[in-house]
Design a protein around this ligand. Structure first.
Ligand SMILES: [Zn+2]
Ligand SMILES: [Zn+2]
Length: 192
């Protein structure tokens, strides 16, 4: 394709709003994908249409499902150690609450790493599929993906729930919260 503004420039990229071919010097990256300068000036930069919302949610759902399953498998392997410590506390009484704290801390650390890993995969997948690289829509769909991924992982790895899992839950939720905060810091505004 030839750029609509520069007939000697070849390009494979089209404007996400009007569909006309645009070369790199005519492209503007926005919260609503890649736009031509005319559409950008018309004020389309922060408006995401329904087609794109649908694409973002569908891509987020698939990526979250994939990450959730992987997360669950890793949780089964990595969870053995913190759960051993917490079980020990439960069987020996509250004098070993330091063990439970240590267990919850280990659980928090690796859940945080998994949440950050999942956020990279889900955020990047949505970005590649929709060409939206920043903005609150991307933050929202990536965050929902993390929550869904965590839910899938927890059901896979820990169901049926017992006392150990409830002791770990606050640390887990804190880790997911920190993960979402990192997504916000990383994807909310355009990197210049
Ligand atoms: Zn356009
Ligand atoms: Zn051009």
């Amino acid at each position: 394709m030839r750029c609509a503004n520069h007939l000697n420039a070849m390009t494979g990229v089209t404007c996400d709003r009007c569909g006309k071919p645009i070369c790199p010097s005519c492209q503007v990256k926005t919260e609503a994908g890649i736009l031509c300068r005319q559409c950008y000036r018309k004020g389309w930069r922060s408006r995401i249409d329904q087609r794109q919302l649908l694409r973002m949610s569908a891509t987020g759902l698939i990526a979250a499902g994939f990450c959730g399953i992987l997360w669950g498998v890793l949780d089964m392997l990595l969870g053995i150690f913190p759960e051993m410590l917490i079980s020990q506390m439960i069987s020996e009484g509250s004098s070993h609450s330091a063990l439970a704290f240590l267990g919850a801390l280990i659980g928090f650390s690796y859940t945080l790493l998994l949440a950050i890993g999942a956020s990279y995969v889900i955020g990047a997948t949505i970005s590649i599929r929709t060409r939206v690289e920043y903005g609150w829509h991307l933050v929202l769909f990536t965050s929902l993906g993390i929550v869904l991924g965590y839910a899938i992982a927890t059901l896979l790895a820990r169901y049926p729930f017992d006392q150990v899992h409830f002791i770990r839950l606050p640390a887990d939720l804190a880790a997911v919260g920190v993960g979402i905060f990192i997504i916000y810091k990383r994807l909310y505004e355009a990197k210049v």
